[in-house]
Design a binder for this molecule. Structure first.
Ligand SMILES: [Ca+2]
Length: 470
């Protein structure tokens, strides 16, 4: 059965028609001359160690090809490595903690309730149930610059008046107020969204069908496509033919399902890039790929995962990030300096011809000079923050990373030499630990963050012993 979007994508696939369309070079209205189209591909829970171009055992040939055609950021961090907070930071360029979004939205948040509490949180910190009213996203920013803006997929920043169409996006597709599907095989959920999907349709494929149709339909005007995949979040369900192929290679159970999920995601990346090329737009289209946080699995060489208590280790906080823009960014380039997903917002503003100074309270810094290899990353430190557990914040500065706990103890790692964070140097590099802890305390004070009694440095702060990491 052909959905309208599938029909469109097949029709566009006709070679002769395509060549004719590409030569027509449609006029773009509204946006600054020469401003690129922008496609943001955002995966959910895809670990840094789960993309092939990072040299791991996972096969992601389309992502690898995209990486070769742009700049790879080898040390990108989610400002708050958790679903909703990470999204809030990416979308606004502000720190999720400053927005008050320090946890994911629980499934049962009452409509209209501004904050929720988390009984296990040692700090007792409330977390906002979505973006605050009036927050500006990169959708707003690019709308102002003449772009047609679309949001596809997983939002997880609230429903109703909190949906993307109220935060800078002209249209939204495939978005519910859920944090995950009930199944990746249709029917995906009880919501009205995607009820037309034939039973057994794979969700990742459907999202890509819609995105391919969007690109074809909007090739005549400057657009921003923000495509947030539900994959590879739980439930771990792969497309049956890909699962069978994984099993034929010896994988079993969860590993086979996950391998299949990753293959669908990677195939989708390939289809999106092909759709941009087919539309004749590849040279001047910026394609960003990133993930909201680390993997559900702990994957060597990194320690930790998205799971409670370990999310601020590299396995939970370091994420894939790459930017491909053939017209301006050198193929095969790399940035090894720490960057944050909050940097994406100001980068997009500059890329689209806007002024970053028009936006207040940004945590992010524009990476455009880095992308063009004209300057370094314009920040010294990155603060990571989430409020669930004893382990709640980290400060990244060059090779160093301080991890802070609500009970007042700290860990310090030299992550360039010790990517697995096995050697806690807080008791040996006291000066560095104190400098980073002081920065964190100042940063927390500047945002007025509510802390557990006694947690704030320097009151009662004692360097950790530097003994066994765990
Ligand atoms: Ca996530």
């Amino acid at each position: 059965m052909l959905t309208p979007s599938r029909f469109l994508s097949r029709a566009i696939g006709l070679g002769g028609l395509l060549a004719g369309l590409a030569s027509l070079a449609p006029a773009v209205r509204g946006a600054a001359p020469g401003a690129p189209n922008v496609v943001i591909l955002f995966a959910d829970d895809l670990g840094w160690s789960e993309v092939g171009y990072q040299g791991t055992r996972f096969a992601t040939p389309h992502l690898d090809a995209l990486a070769r055609r742009g700049m790879v950021f080898s040390r990108a961090y989610a400002a708050s490595p958790t679903c909703s907070p990470s999204r809030s930071g990416l979308l606004t360029g502000r720190h999720p903690a400053e927005l008050g979004v320090v946890r994911h939205l629980p499934a049962k948040v009452a409509r209209g309730q501004e904050f929720h509490d988390w009984p296990q949180d040692p700090a007792g910190m409330p977390s906002r149930n979505g973006l605050p009213a009036g927050a500006l996203t990169y959708g707003h920013a690019l709308q102002r610059l003449g772009y047609h803006t679309a949001f596809h997929g997983k939002w997880h920043l609230g429903g109703g008046e909190r949906f993307p169409v109220h935060f800078g996006f002209h249209e939204q597709v495939g978005t519910t107020d859920r944090g995950q599907p009930a199944s990746y095989l249709a029917p995906f959920w009880p919501d009205p969204v995607y009820q037309d999907a034939p039973p057994g349709t794979y969700l990742t494929d459907r999202q890509t069908d819609d995105a391919v149709a969007f690109i074809a339909a909007n090739r005549g005007r400057r657009f921003l496509l923000s495509l947030f995949y539900y994959a590879v979040h739980t439930p771990k369900i792969g497309r049956p033919d890909h699962v069978a192929a994984a099993k034929a290679r010896g994988l079993t159970g969860l590993a086979a399902e996950y391998d299949a999920m990753l293959r669908s995601l990677d195939d989708s990346v390939g289809r999106i890039v092909a759709a941009v090329e087919t539309a004749g737009l590849r040279e001047n289209t910026v394609v960003v790929f990133a993930s909201d946080q680390g993997s559900w699995f702990e994957r060597p060489p990194l320690r930790g995962s998205k799971e409670a208590g370990t999310a601020l280790f590299e396995g939970g906080a370091r994420v894939p990030l790459l930017v491909s823009w053939p017209a301006r960014v050198r193929a095969g380039s790399r940035c090894e300096s720490p960057v944050s997903l909050t940097d994406v917002f100001p980068t997009l503003v500059e890329i689209a011809g806007g002024r970053v100074a028009d936006y207040r309270g940004l945590d992010g810094r524009s990476l455009l000079p880095v992308l063009l290899e004209r300057g370094p990353v314009a920040r010294e430190r990155i603060v990571l923050y989430r409020s669930y557990d004893n382990q709640y914040a980290a400060v990244v500065e060059g090779p160093w990373k301080l991890i802070a706990h609500r009970d007042g103890h700290h860990e310090l790692y030299q992550v360039l030499e010790d990517i697995g964070e096995a050697d806690n140097r807080a008791g040996r590099e006291i000066g560095i630990a104190q400098r980073l802890a002081t920065h964190l305390a100042d940063w927390e004070a500047s945002l007025g963050l509510r802390l557990a009694p006694g947690a704030r440095f320097p009151a009662g702060w004692v360097p950790a012993s530097g003994g066994p990491a765990r």
